[in-house]
Design a protein around this ligand. Structure first.
Ligand SMILES: [Zn+2]
Length: 403
């Protein structure tokens, strides 16, 4: 069976160490390179869609999480507070919403600024029991692709539809294949804030945004502050998890007393839409490693091109081409050691999309012969042409190795 933990070890993507602790993986250079490419892509996609990015610290004073409701409704999933002195206690945040509410509140807001979309790939912490932790799929330190879109009530429908469109675009680029959409609703019990009218209105808005989309309903899966649309994936072991989510929240704007000045000069309360296009980097990569069996699309492959001089006579030509490819933004290596056949096999084992073979004839002609990781080979081509081909596959976020 494909297991992201085994592939993560073999491909040197991440490692866990008992000295750090369970659920606290370290991203190794190859995994970090892939994640960095994905983070850049997501930030760029968001920026083009009108999001504004912030940085906020992954902890805050106890009072912040009392105000947000997390300590009242979510404490069982949080690390215990850290006490510096009798009146100075800090909490590792279990979500980014409280900090982003303070971004909205940092100054007066006008209706002209709405929807105000505050985004961050930010750190947060969950006190998961050690028995459920494994690789990247369940962790205690989480880097979430998150945003909070502050809207007027009549903007919510369009905003949610646009978020669903962005989620579809990101999934296509990454190779995420959703197993289904889920409308997560309130269940029985006292673990929810807000009144019935708020919940009914939020549910109605989400149902309207899902018009034309097939979805299932899941009572009891809502956030404590509101219903949500969850986009589910299934891992290699058949376990379902949420990778993307859109949540409506009338409660936090009240708790934080958020308001904006409407066109008629009155003070109005915004609605807060919590959304994640691709979820946490950890869960996303647990899924991507398995669904691609480690063979990521070219644009986020840790190494995109390895150059293989046939013998020492072509070493200088290979190094020169590697410098050009690196300057063009590609992640490139030169592999000098061992027989050519062994190096080609090693490149395929590492799921490197392209191996560029340079023999005496190619070196003399300024050419390279590409071998693809799926076993196909291309005839020698000018180095410029090869670099242009790779650039095209990267910039179009193609899932294929050839146009
Ligand atoms: Zn949130």
């Amino acid at each position: 069976m494909i297991d992201h933990r085994r592939l993560g070890r073999e491909l040197e993507l991440f490692v866990s160490d008992p000295l750090v602790g369970a659920g606290l993986p370290i991203w190794l250079p190859a995994g970090a390179a892939a994640r960095h490419a994905v983070e850049e892509y997501v930030r760029d996609l968001e920026r083009r869609a009108g999001y504004r990015h912030v940085y906020s610290p992954p902890l805050g004073k106890r009072e912040l999480f009392e105000l947000s409701g997390h300590l009242g409704y979510f404490a069982a999933d949080m690390f215990p507070p850290m006490r510096l002195s009798a009146d100075d206690e800090f909490v590792l945040r279990p979500a980014l919403c409280p900090h982003h509410a303070l971004v909205f509140r940092a100054r007066g807001r006008s209706y002209r600024e709405l929807p105000l979309r505050i985004a961050e790939i930010g750190g947060m912490y969950r006190a998961e029991r050690s028995g459920v932790l494994g690789g990247l799929s369940r962790v205690r330190a989480i880097s979430l692709n998150d945003a909070h879109n502050f809207c007027a009530l009549d903007q919510v429908g369009e905003e949610v539809r646009e978020i669903l469109r962005l989620i579809g675009e990101a999934h296509a680029a990454l190779g995420v294949r959703p197993a289904g959409f889920r409308l997560s609703l309130r269940g029985p019990g006292e673990k929810y804030v807000g009144d019935d009218a708020q919940w009914a209105r939020a549910e109605e808005l989400l149902r309207a945004a899902l018009d034309g989309v097939a979805y299932t309903e899941a009572p009891g899966e809502a956030a404590f502050y509101g219903p949500k649309i969850d986009i589910q994936v299934v891992d290699a072991a058949g376990r379902e998890s949420t990778i993307s989510t859109v949540q409506l929240d009338f409660d936090k704007p009240e708790r934080f007393d958020l308001s904006y000045t409407a066109a008629d000069g009155s003070r109005q309360r915004p609605v807060m839409v919590h959304r994640s296009l691709v979820g946490s980097m950890e869960r996303l990569f647990a899924y991507l490693i398995e669904v691609h069996q480690g063979a990521f699309p070219v644009w986020y492959a840790p190494v995109q091109l390895v150059l293989l001089p046939v013998d020492d006579g072509q070493a200088a030509a290979a190094e020169a081409l590697a410098r050009r490819a690196g300057a063009a933004g590609l992640r490139v290596e030169v592999d000098h050691g061992g027989s050519l056949g062994a190096r080609v096999r090693d490149a395929a084992r590492r799921r490197i999309p392209y191996a560029g073979v340079i023999g005496a004839r190619e070196a003399a002609a300024g050419a390279v012969a590409l071998r693809l990781r799926d076993g196909r080979s291309l005839p020698p081509m000018p180095a410029d042409e090869a670099l242009a081909l790779l650039d095209r596959m990267v910039t179009t976020h193609s899932a294929a190795l050839l146009p």
